[in-house]
Ligand binder design. Structure first.
Ligand code: ZN
Length: 328
């Protein structure tokens, strides 16, 4: 009897462990180009990330592989590297390091700038693809679509243009997308679907998991401000914090969001909230959480971040990007 109980306990612990895993995905832009610290990673720092992933036995997956895995319970160490914008510095400094460590990644290309100034040419994109890099769509114009008079129409026209160019130059159109600036609305995800795109990344930090919106998955940004090995290790160790029924209260004079926390083994009483440039006040009742800023927001994009430890001491992370398109 005691043995049976023990086995049941072990199995249920294992399944809850598996349930808490996700795919820790990172987004990079430039490599070894210190003119732009907020979008650049020093090559030594990037190599340190890859070395750590290798030493810790992580499997790196492309966005396409991540999509299939996210439909299942994840019980091994899986991470993904994504690169946005297709800068030449990726081809010159990032790709050789990925090849050195035998890792793949997904490169999101905005088609309008291909071949100009700092950007990779179609020949270089094809060479990267040949080297095992998955190519993703990052729109044509990399515009602030939410500012268009008809955002949905503008987004779709732009997407169709990029699809035509991918077909023309690569012979196929990517099935994965990354939203420019991480800005999106639900109509955009419907448009992606209707054009054969199966998964997409936004740009709010967090761990992609089975409960995530497959057309707006979170990623941790890596750059000169957030990108040293200590920071990378802590983001890699993060587990998903699962929030559902998220609602924003735009009637309140101060920013306010509420959601339900899927508690599992989360220590709810230790939930923490951070709002960029603002103090955050938390109110919790059971699994219901309300987070309120103490002053009005002024930035175009403000990240609300939530973290909490579980009973095993692992930290869990969730974030929401509040966008105010009226701020240019
Ligand atoms: Zn971008």
């Amino acid at each position: 009897m005691r043995i049976t109980l023990c086995i049941v306990f072990i199995i249920s612990s294992l399944s809850s462990f598996a349930f808490q895993n996700g795919i820790n995905t990172f987004v990079y832009h430039r490599f070894g180009d210190d003119r732009f610290p907020s979008t650049n990673i020093a090559t030594a720092a990037f190599e340190a990330h890859l070395k750590h992933l290798k030493a810790e036995g992580y499997k790196l997956v492309t966005a396409g592989e991540a999509k299939a895995l996210l439909a299942q319970e994840i019980d091994s160490k899986i991470a993904a590297i994504t690169i946005d914008d297709g800068y030449k510095s990726f081809f010159k400094n990032g790709l050789p390091l990925l090849q050195k460590y035998g890792f793949s990644a997904t490169l999101y290309i905005n088609t309008e700038t291909v071949g100009s100034a700092d950007y990779m040419s179609w020949e270089e994109i094809k060479a990267a693809e040949k080297a095992g890099i998955e190519i993703g769509n990052h729109s044509h114009s990399h515009a602030y679509f939410l500012n268009e008079s008809n955002p949905t129409e503008a987004f779709e026209t732009d997407l169709e243009h990029s699809i035509d160019l991918f077909k023309k130059y690569l012979g196929h159109s990517p099935k994965t997308f990354a939203f420019p600036y991480g800005e999106w609305q639900s109509e955009f995800t419907a448009i992606l679907k209707s054009h054969g795109i199966e998964m997409a990344f936004a740009q709010n930090s967090g761990v992609a998991n089975k409960q995530s919106n497959i057309l707006a998955l979170p990623r941790f940004p890596m750059n000169e401000h957030y990108g040293d090995l200590k920071d990378f290790k802590s983001k890699l160790a993060m587990k998903p914090l699962v929030a559902s029924n998220l609602k924003t209260n735009t009637n309140s004079s101060f920013p306010e969001i509420s959601f339900q926390l899927e508690a599992n083994s989360i220590q709810k009483s230790q939930l923490q909230c951070f709002i960029q440039g603002n103090e955050c006040e938390l109110a919790q009742s059971g699994d219901n959480v309300t987070a309120k800023g103490k002053k009005a927001l002024s930035a175009r994009r403000t990240l609300f971040t939530f973290t909490a430890p579980d009973t095993n001491g692992n930290w869990h992370w969730f974030s929401y990007l509040w966008i105010m398109p009226e701020v240019q």
